[in-house]
Design a protein around this ligand. Structure first.
Ligand code: DAK
Length: 259
């Protein structure tokens, strides 16, 4: 598939999605969001891919928000329609059964911060800045930011960040639990790939179930504890469980298939 606004590449089981609009600081247009959704779907459908990294092009920005030029003249209906579509795409990132890591290489503002928060893990470069400046523009976060920010850093700090529109630096993001790690920009991709490589060597079946269980604990219509009981049981019927336990007993490295 040909993309206009993103680059994709795969190496050693990792699919890298790079938002590629550096002149606009990788601001998200409608079609960019659509392409991200399509790329995540491709990665999830490819059995050679075991994990996904989302990053931004250049050294300045991960994503500096939704494209303000594009949404400046939206009507109420267009706003709702686009928000619903964005939610579908960002939910597909969060619910991807393959692990998704955001390599945040600079500004992660508005929709950019929201996309990073939809990922399972965030690694920030030391120049990264996070924020939800929507209230400065007269809107609120429209891609899950009001929900995921509170889930990640707690209600009190989420209120402050979303009501002031302030940016925070990478170290503060790490302190608040928004970023998992902060690394020098030059090492960002190497560190992120190393972490993801460690994860994808584990059972893909079990990793997918960890994702469902944690996500279900934040869902209104599901109970994460029930999901855990159910999926824990299901693990015993998986080829990965047989392989993992056999490999341990035979003192060798497991070769997981994800089945
Ligand atoms: N949209 C469009 N262009 C952007 C942009 C953005 N969000 N952010 C930066 N750019 C463009 C700038 O216009 C400039 O373009 P030229 O003037 O060169 O043509 C270029 O990128 C470089 O930016 P600056 O010259 O401003 O660079 P600085 O280093 O001086 O400043 C900055 C960097 C990140 C602090 C600054 O660019 C900035 O404040 N950017 C805007 C940040 C922001 O407010 N982002 C939007 C957050 S609100 C929706 C759902 C969700 C949303 C909206 C609608 N619907 C469902 C409808 C979400 C909204 C948001 O994300």
């Amino acid at each position: 598939m040909n993309f206009e606004n993103i680059l994709t590449e795969s190496e050693n089981g990792i699919f890298i999605i790079t938002i590629n609009r550096p002149k606009q600081l990788n601001a998200l247009t409608k079609s960019t969001i659509k392409e991200v959704g399509a790329a995540v779907k491709i990665a999830n459908g490819d059995e050679n891919i075991r994990g996904i990294i989302i990053t931004g092009s250049g050294e300045k920005a991960f994503i500096a928000g939704a494209d303000i030029k594009e949404f400046a003249n939206f009507s109420v209906e267009q706003g709702k329609e686009l928000s619903a579509h964005g939610h579908d795409v960002f939910n597909s990132v969060e619910n991807s059964h393959k692990p998704v890591i955001a390599a945040v290489n600079g500004f992660a503002l508005g929709g950019g911060c929201e996309l990073a928060m939809a990922c399972h893990i965030r690694i920030a470069s030391d120049n990264a800045k996070f924020g939800q400046p929507e209230v400065s523009l007269g809107v609120i976060p429209g891609y899950g930011g009001t929900q995921r920010m509170a889930q990640l850093i707690g209600k009190s700090k989420a209120f402050e960040l979303l009501m002031t529109g302030d940016m925070i630096d990478a170290n503060e993001a790490e302190r608040l639990g928004l970023a998992n790690h902060v690394v020098e920009q030059a090492n960002l991709m190497e560190f992120t790939k190393k972490l993801l490589t460690k994860i994808i060597k584990k059972s893909p079946y079990a990793i997918g179930k960890v994702i469902s269980c944690i996500n279900d604990s934040y869902s209104n219509d599901k109970n994460g504890f029930d999901t855990e009981i159910n999926e824990f049981g299901n693990c015993f019927g998986s080829a990965d469980f047989k392989e993992g336990t056999s490999a341990f007993l035979e003192k060798r490295k497991a070769i997981f298939t994800g089945k």
